[in-house]
Design a protein around this ligand. Structure first.
Ligand SMILES: [Fe+2]
Length: 114
């Protein structure tokens, strides 16, 4: 999964790479900010997993989206200030969860295990 930032600020997910985008890829967990407030946390119950981020949801600082990456498919939930940044999805071994903070960029939890 590659998520890139374009010159104009657009954030895009690369569905098919036809040219090298290495210089545009946003590195996750790479900003100097509180890890525990940005890396997606999770709670597993049966075959379901609740993915959430312990982050403020204020007008100027909030989690824009959470993406669950299963490899062959992704689920993205978008948020606005005031929302609770969480999503409940099916559990699958090897799944990853990304979050995107409007101030602190991209974060990932790639260790979601039962
Ligand atoms: Fe943040």
């Amino acid at each position: 999964m590659k998520i890139v930032k374009c010159k104009n600020g657009n954030i895009m997910m690369v569905l098919k790479e036809v040219e090298d985008v290495t210089d545009k890829v946003i590195r996750s967990n790479d900003v100097d900010a509180a890890v525990e407030k940005h890396v997606p946390q999770y709670h597993i119950e049966g075959d379901q997993v609740e993915v959430f981020v312990n982050h403020v949801m204020e007008d100027d600082h909030y989690i824009e989206w959470i993406m669950v990456d299963y490899g062959e498919k992704q689920i993205i939930k978008h948020f606005v200030p005031g929302n609770e940044p969480k999503v409940v999805v099916d559990y699958q071994e090897g799944m990853k969860a990304y979050s995107y903070c409007n101030k602190h960029s991209l974060w990932v939890n790639d260790n979601i295990i039962k």
